[in-house]
Design a protein around this ligand. Sequence first.
Ligand code: AMP
Ligand code: MG
Length: 398
Amino acid sequence: MATTTMISFEEAFNIALGAARLLETERVELAQSRNRILAQEVRADIAMPPFDKAIVDGYACRRADLGAELQVVETIAAGYAPEKSIGPGECAKIMTGAMLPEGVDCVFMVEHSEETESGAVRFIKEETSDNILPFAKHMAEGDIIMSPGHRILASDIAVLATVGCVRPEVYQRPRVAVIATGDELVEPEIQPSPVQIRSSNGIQMCAQVEAMGCIATYIGIAKDTDESLDACLSSAMQGHEVVLFSGGVSMGEFDLVPGILEKNGIKIQFDRVAIQPGKPTTFAYSDDLFCFGLPGNPVSTYVILEILVKPFLFAMMGHEYRPPQIRMRLASTMKRKSGARKAWVPVVTTDDGRIEKVDYHGSAHINALCFAEGIIAFPEGATELKEGSEIDVRLILT
Ligand code: AMP
Ligand code: MG
């Protein structure tokens, strides 16, 4: 029951992301902030480094004195202020991370030093870098160091810790309900009858949604009946902003998801997209709910969630998602019969650092993705990708 005309993936993407609503914000403990999207500007509350700092273990002195024997007047550990200033012919033994004493412009490494019989030290190399990190080299007090929309990764947590941002303000996480559909499906723990298969999409979609930092609720398997779909949708409507269906959106007699969406006042924006896999991808929304109907074949479900639903969910958190992508050369020519739709194909790197197609029999070939490292696209109209040509590889299998 297609209700709209087929549109390009780019159009579908723009319609969906254009409809995304920004969620409210909340504060979280820094240790719990990984994968959350920052909703505030973060400024440095201190300079980094906060003082001129030694970056090696060694001796701090005047560069002009490097050829001389130097009297050690003090030992300065990290975390302690120097007590003396260094005059001509003098030096301080200093540890990595410690504050430089007054009067010096150079630190030579302990490995490049030798103690003299009188207890002085001498520099024994031809030359040395200064080995000094100047005050505020990396950030000055008040500098903007992170902006709203930034996705907080482990390395960012270190930066936030450095500036004392211990309860960052972040966007709330979309609550996503997941419904698998199909009379042929049983839960993975059930032994299927000869006409059944185990449902893999439900658990897969939950895992994908959780990996990007959203909250997933698995509703269950809906039968291919209006009653069952309606009941699952009703329970998904409670406490979720987004519902993901797998299956039930194609042209079959029992593909009833679009009808149930309409019946519940959830208006379909598109239900045919010129992409392979994923042609029957459906997007609908009402005032308080967004629904995606993803095609049931597992590779379609996986790919469409990655390339459409994931950027949409990030948009709800104020983050513009840029998928990781690298350009690589194709190891052998790839052909297809029709160029009617843009088509994604799973690929793997070869030993000589190029890419090739994995053994892939189409969107039902669930285990093909286990061997893939990314996907590449035949553009619309193209039926051949030539050996040696440079192709963007999208790394979706993260
Ligand atoms: P559909 O989109 O409902 O026509 O389903 C397309 C194909 O995907 C059929 O072969 C289904 O059996 C299969 N399929 C649908 N849902 C799932 C699921 N949750 N897990 C695994 N395969 C599924
Ligand atoms: Mg079905």
